[in-house]
Every structure is written in structure tokens, then in C-alpha cells.
Design a protein around this ligand. Structure first.
Ligand SMILES: [Zn+2]
Length: 387
């Protein structure tokens, strides 16, 4: 691989700055996770989960449904209070490395909105859970799973219309040249994407990004203005082709299917542990005692951490597939390579992270490997045309 090093910055060693930034970032995520885990464990071991439940009941005047919601609020508020220091540090980190220009006030507003949106989601999830537990103690985990999958599909559909605009502005892309390129690309693929949207990311970040979002009628490609403003039309086309690759290979639908299997496993495990906690450990009297919520969250957190390497491997597989689609769809892979290199520099990404780091934490293949794949593709094409 090193033979490309001279001609291709994608395979040059990472700068100390990028290494440092990513190391701190990883520690931050790890601390955040450890803090959350500690919070849940302390709640359960100290009996505060029960004290919170009694507070929630009293505040709700003994109304079960309302008490569940207050309980969710108490847990989330406590968690936020504990974690806000780390969140602020994360915000300062982006500023320190000049990856963000967001003002403190705007950040605070985003945090508030994020908390409220999270509260609405967690509230709905908890109400569905305890409602089904009360209606069907035997099969609650299967029924809840079914309800969640429906909610999940609905959410995937409405997220681009309702959820994303809470945090960012979007508008249909005006650039005719780019639109023409996408139409051509998607015609070549025999498919149709409903639209390209400009994502106003620059108010909050200097990083560039692009994504395929939505389902059905809301399916769309979003391109950050930080990308649109600094990349050549050919480079943006390469990014579009990659996103179109996700579309052609139906990655959103497949991910929902994978998510469904994982969630089913999670619900089964939650039910199993809840029964243990009642029958073996004597922690609770009934399934519907919602002071067991921290235990449910603990189970799902541990499970999602345990599955993270597998889920990331699956995501990297999809990303490689989308890359290969892009190589085929664009005339030359050179703009793809240069867009990758620009992206790495702009986002202060590690081009060549340690293997174990990529394996555990990265949803995308390392930039160096994506560039090397493009180079290999180019060489293979050159080889083919010589024959
Ligand atoms: Zn992708």
C-alpha cells in the first residue's frame, strides 16, 4: 500500500493534531458511556430508583401513566445534570480544533431542544412499554417490539420533515448543474431519488457531510453547505454517487431489518432479566413496577455496546458497497479520491486509525482504505483497457 504514499496524501501518516483530536474524542465518548452506566448502577444499587418512583407517583397524584412520564423525566434530567460537563467539554473541543464556530448560546439552545426531543421519544417508548406490560405480562416484549418497529419506520419517514429541521435549516438545492448530474446518475441506476437538499451546516460546524435520508416519499440526499461551497462539481458528483449507491443497494431498508432483529433480541433479553430481577434477585414485586426502568436501560445499553463492533462492521460493509457503486457510476475515480482527502483534512479525521479502533468504533472504513480501494479500481480499469 505504501507505494501510493508519495502521490496520494490519503496514505500519508496522520498529523499529530488529528491523532490528538480523535484520541480526546474517543475518551470523551468512553467517559460519557461510563458515566451513564455508573448512574444506572448507582440508582439500582442505592435504591434511589424506588425513591424516584415514589416522587413521580406523588407528583402525578398516583396516576400511573403520568407517573411513568415523570419518572422518565427524573431519570433523563438526572442523567443530563451528570453529563452536562462532558457535553460542554465536547463542544469546547470542537471549537478548540476549529471544527465548529457555534456560539455558546446556540449550543445551549441545541442542548435544550435535544433534551426535549429525547424526553418526548423516551416518554413515548416508556408509556408503550408499561402499557403493554400491564395489558399482557406474558407477551409484552413481543407486542412492544412490533409497536416499536412500526414507530421506527414512521420515524424514518418523517425524520427529514419534522426531526432534522428542529436543529438545521434545509432547502431544495438550487444548483442546476448538480441537479442535472444527479438526474443522469440516477437514470443510469434506473432509480429515482426524490430530491437533493442543501443542509445549512456551516452555522454550527466546519465539518463536511452528506447523507441519504428518509423513506418512500421523503427519500432524499442531503448535502452540507460546507461541502457544496468547497468542493468541485466533479467531487460533489462523486459524493452524490456514493449516496446513490446507498439508495440503489436499499441500505436504509436493510438497516431497518437488521435493527428489527437486534431490537427483538434486546426485548427478549429485557424480559429475561426482568423476570430474573423479580423471581431470583427479589428486586421488584411486579413487572409493571416502573422503578425497573433503569434496569431495562442498563440491559439495552450493555447489549448495544456488545453489538457495536458487529453493527459497525455491517455499516462498513454497506459503505464499501456504496463506494464501489460510485466508482462504477462516475467517469474517473480521481474526484472521489480528492473528495476523500479533502473530507479527511476538513473533518480532522484519522486517515489511518489503528485497526482495533476502526474495528470497534468506526461506521465507515478508514479514509486510507477507501482511497486505496479507489486506486485499485483505477489500476484494474487501466489493466482491462490494455488487454
Ligand atoms: Zn455512506
Amino acid at each position: 500500500m505504501m507505494r501510493f504514499a508519495d502521490e496520494n496524501p490519503g496514505l500519508a501518516p496522520d498529523t499529530p493534531e488529528a491523532r490528538r483530536y480523535n484520541r480526546i474524542h474517543r475518551w470523551l465518548e468512553f467517559s460519557d458511556f461510563a458515566l451513564g452506566l455508573a448512574f444506572l448502577l448507582v440508582l439500582l444499587l442505592s435504591g434511589w430508583n424506588v425513591v424516584f418512583r415514589d416522587w413521580a407517583y406523588r407528583a402525578a397524584l398516583q396516576n400511573y401513566t403520568l407517573a411513568v412520564f415523570f419518572y422518565v423525566f427524573l431519570l433523563m434530567f438526572g442523567g443530563k445534570l451528570l453529563g452536562v460537563g462532558l457535553d460542554y467539554y465536547g463542544f469546547r473541543l470542537e471549537r478548540r480544533y476549529q471544527l465548529s464556530i457555534q456560539k455558546t448560546r446556540s449550543w445551549l439552545w441545541d442542548e435544550t431542544k435535544g433534551f426535549l426531543v429525547g424526553l418526548v421519544f423516551a416518554g413515548i417508548v416508556a408509556e408503550v412499554l408499561y402499557f403493554t406490560i400491564r395489558q399482557s405480562p406474558q407477551h409484552w416484549w413481543l407486542i412492544s417490539w412490533g409497536v416499536f418497529m412500526v414507530l421506527f419506520v414512521v420515524l424514518a419517514q418523517v425524520a427529514p420533515l419534522i426531526l432534522f429541521p428542529i436543529f438545521y435549516k434545509f432547502e431544495p438545492l438550487e444548483n442546476e448543474d448538480l441537479k442535472q448530474r444527479l438526474v443522469k446518475l440516477s437514470e443510469g441506476a434506473g432509480t429515482k431519488v426524490r430530491g437533493i437538499y442543501k443542509w445549512h451546516l456551516s452555522e454550527k460546524s466546519r465539518k463536511a457531510n452528506a447523507a441519504l435520508t428518509g423513506l418512500g416519499a421523503t427519500r432524499r440526499i442531503i448535502l452540507a453547505d460546507t461541502l457544496l461551497d468547497h468542493y468541485s462539481p466533479e467531487e460533489i458528483e462523486a459524493v452524490l454517487a456514493h449516496e446513490l449507491g446507498h439508495h440503489v443497494h436499499k441500505h436504509i431498508l436493510k438497516s431497518i431489518f437488521v435493527q428489527a432483529v437486534v431490537t427483538l433480541l434486546g426485548f427478549w433479553a429485557a424480559n429475561y432479566v426482568l423476570h430474573l430481577s423479580i423471581e431470583q434477585w427479589g428486586m421488584f414485586d411486579t413487572l409493571s413496577d416502573f422503578s425497573n426502568l433503569p434496569l431495562l436501560v442498563l440491559v439495552s445499553t450493555i447489549l448495544s455496546i456488545a453489538l457495536m463492533p458487529a453493527m459497525n462492521a455491517y455499516s462498513r460493509f454497506n459503505e464499501r458497497q456504496a463506494d464501489r457503486y460510485a466508482f462504477k457510476a462516475i467517469r474517473s475515480v480521481q474526484p472521489f479520491i480528492s473528495s476523500m482527502n479533502k473530507l479527511a483534512a476538513q473533518n480532522l479525521a484519522e486517515r489511518t486509525p489503528a485497526r482495533w479502533v476502526e474495528w470497534l468504533f468506526h461506521s465507515h472504513p478508514a479514509i486510507s482504505r477507501r482511497v486505496a480501494a479507489a486506486e485499485a479500481w483505477k489500476l484494474r480499469l487501466a489493466g482491462d483497457s490494455r488487454i
